[in-house]
Structure formats: C-alpha cells, structure tokens
Design a protein around this ligand. Structure first.
Ligand code: SF4
Ligand code: SF4
Length: 388
C-alpha cells in the first residue's frame, strides 16, 4: 500500500492570506490554464496551479519552502487567462509577502516592515528618533544663512544613525535569508556539496541584472522597464552614497563641496580633475534619482491603467511603490530647494527625505526590495535541486 501523506490545513493562515489580498484564491477550480500560459513555469515543477491549491488548503509549511513562489516574476499572464478570475499572479505576490514575514528575524520587525497595519509605527519610529536627536543637540530649528543641510542635520549625527541601521538591517537580513535557505524542501546543504553553488549563483545574478526572465512577460511588459529603472536607480544611489562616505572619511572632503578646497586640490593635482570627479559624482547621483522617479511613476501608471483583466496590487505592494515615489520626489525637491535657497521648505523636505531613506534601510529585509535577495536564493536553490 502506498504511503499516506497527511496534510494539516492552517485555517488561520487561509484567513491571513485573504486579508492580505488573496481572497480570490477560493475561486480556483484547478483547470491548470495558468501553469500552461506561464512562460516561467517548468515541466518538472509547474506552477502556479499547485500553489493555488496549497493556498486554498492552508498548507503554510509546504508553501513557505516552495521555491516556485519566487520563480514567478508577477507578470500576470496567468491572471489574464484564468477563466475563474482567481488572479493567481496576485495570489503568488501575497504568498511571497507571507514567506518574508515567516522567515523574518526578528519577527516583530518583519511585521512592522511588511504589514501595512503597522505603518504608523514604521514611520513614527524614525520621525521620533530624528526629532529627539535634533532636539538633544540643539538643531531643532531652521538655521540662519544659505541652505546647507549639514547646518540642520550634521553628518556627524546622521552617520551613526544610518550606519548603525544599515549594519543591524544587514545582520537581520542575513539571518532571515538563512531561515529561508534552511527551510527549503530538500536539504539545501546537501545540494551545495555538488560544488555548483557559485556558478549557479553567478548565472542567477546575471539573469536578475539583465532582467531576462522579466522579458518573457506578455500581459504586463511595462513592468520590466519600471523594474529596471528602480533597480538601477537604487544601485546608482548606493554607489553615490558610498562615494560620499569615501569623500568624507578617506579624502577628508566635507560638504558643502568646494572645487578649490586646497586639501583636495593637492590630492587630485589640478582643479580640472577635481571638477571632473565632482561632476561624475553628481551626474550618477542625479541620474539615479531620476531613474528611481521614472520607475516609480511607471509603476503607478501601470497599476492604475486598464489592462483588459483584473489585477489588484496588495497594500504591501502599494506601500513600497508610494515610498519609492516619495523618496525620489523629496530627494530631488530637497536638492532643488537648496539650490534656489528656500530654507523654510528645504529643511523640512530634507527631513522627510531622511525619514524615507531610513525606512528603506531599516525595513529592507522585509520590504519589496528583499524580493531581489529571496528570488536570487530561490532560483539558485531551484537550479541546484534541478527543479527549474
Ligand atoms: S488559478 Fe485559474 S487558471 Fe489557474 S488553475 Fe485555478 S482556475 Fe485554472
Ligand atoms: S504571474 Fe507570470 S510568472 Fe507568475 S505564475 Fe503567473 S504567468 Fe507565471
């Protein structure tokens, strides 16, 4: 007699999925159209039909260790052709959020960073922290004179806050991803023994950066461009932030930057070289901010324009899109207000910009951006387990 497999449905899990935006999953009658139309589904382990069934049955344990959830790139081709309007693409999006929350370390941070019901707390935390620090150091006012952000929120106060937040966030992210890796179906450490982890990881990263899988999307092609702009915007801003740190702590060049700073002139040898270095730094920073803004605007128009089928973004998706948009707007606006020297607006906008930057850094392991790392891990695992 064949071995029996006993599943334990988690009713509470089904309820939480519905609340998070997967209420249509109950409509699925398992016709498998979605798995057939999905360009990314594989013969060995087709999706998303099976995941729809597992979600309906509340099989939480099986779902959180299923790499297929991450092989999906949310193109919504399946949603377009689903005869029941079960919106499998959207359901898989909710499942990804659930996996992030399940693996989150510490759990309460996962909840704050990915549950929209805790949004007030998530934003309240940096706002209160900044206000207390500014107040304690006598900076809680609009400084006199031309706009210099360092006179309002000095770098020697900003750096300890943001560097600590980045280190803590990175540690929490590492533990969260380890939880995810440990929970995979087949013992992932046994699979790693075949020595293919590095080549597969390299292959996956290449696919991710070039967006080759996104290019297979049919129903929602604009998503690819938006995704590229947001990813490259963040990469550019990450580079410029690190160059700014390098300028300060290695070169000893402090803001506001002066091309004729004698110390920097001595280091570079000529004013022309200093000017070139500064222009390159500003160009990458400004282009990255514009890429982020353009990406966020495309995400918004893409989500709200008629597509010929119903697809509803979850609150989790909306929060991320809004934060990206506000991050880009406040960054560009603060720069503009500094240049035109409107102190009464420049400093408050800069303050808000720092709040959004903190939000992105502190909640990185639990946000939409964490998808990049979860997806890379899952695709590498799928290659190792040969289910891709
Ligand atoms: S989600 Fe839709 S297309 Fe997929 S199996 Fe269910 S009913 Fe069929
Ligand atoms: S959203 Fe796209 S990638 Fe994801 S399961 Fe549906 S068709 Fe496949």
């Amino acid at each position: 007699m064949a071995d029996e497999t006993v599943f334990t449905p988690d009713v509470e899990f089904v309820r939480s999925l519905k609340e998070a935006g997967a209420e249509t999953m109950k409509k699925c009658y398992q016709c498998a159209t979605c798995s057939v139309v999905c360009e990314l589904s594989t013969e060995k382990s087709p999706f998303p039909r099976r995941e729809m069934l597992m979600a309906q049955w509340g099989l939480k344990e099986e779902l959180v260790k299923d790499p297929n959830i991450w092989l999906c790139h949310n193109c919504n081709d399946c949603t377009k052709y689903c005869p029941r309007g079960a919106r499998p693409g959207d359901v898989l999006g909710v499942l990804r959020q659930t996996v992030i929350m399940e693996n989150a370390f510490p759990k309460f941070m996962g909840r704050i960073g990915s549950d929209h019901n805790y949004l007030v707390f998530a934003f309240g935390l940096p706002i209160m922290l900044f206000l207390v620090i500014l107040g304690a150091f006598g900076h809680l006012h609009i400084p006199d004179g031309p706009v210099v952000f360092d006179h309002f929120f000095p770098v020697h106060l900003i750096d300890p806050i943001f560097i600590s937040a980045a280190i803590i966030s990175l540690l929490f992210f590492t533990v969260s991803i380890k939880n995810f890796w440990d929970g995979m179906n087949v013992n992932p450490y046994r699979l790693m023994a075949n020595g293919r982890v590095i080549p597969y990881l390299y292959e996956t990263l290449k696919e991710m950066i070039l967006h080759t899988k996104f290019d297979k999307c049919g129903a929602n092609k604009d998503r690819t461009l938006a995704h590229r702009l947001v990813v490259f915007g963040f990469i550019g801003l990450f580079i410029t932030t690190n160059v700014a740190v390098f300028n300060m702590y290695v070169l000893g060049w402090h803001t506001p930057y002066h091309i004729d700073d004698p110390h920097i002139l001595k280091l570079f040898g000529s004013e022309a070289l200093v000017g070139l270095y500064y222009a390159g730094f500003k160009l990458v920073g400004n282009l990255s901010a514009l890429a982020l803004l353009a990406g966020a605007i495309i995400i918004f128009t893409n989500r709200t324009k008629p597509k010929g089928f119903v697809s509803v973004s979850s609150p989790f998706d909306w929060v991320f899109a809004i934060v990206i948009l506000l991050l880009a707007i406040t960054g560009i606006l603060a720069e503009f207000l500094r240049v035109v020297d409107i102190a009464a607006l420049a400093y408050p906008v800069y303050f808000l910009h720092l709040v959004f930057v903190f939000f992105i850094i502190a909640y990185l392991p639990y946000s939409k951006l964490a998808h990049i790392v979860y997806r890379t891990t899952a695709i590498t695992y799928a290659k190792l387990a040969k289910v891709e």
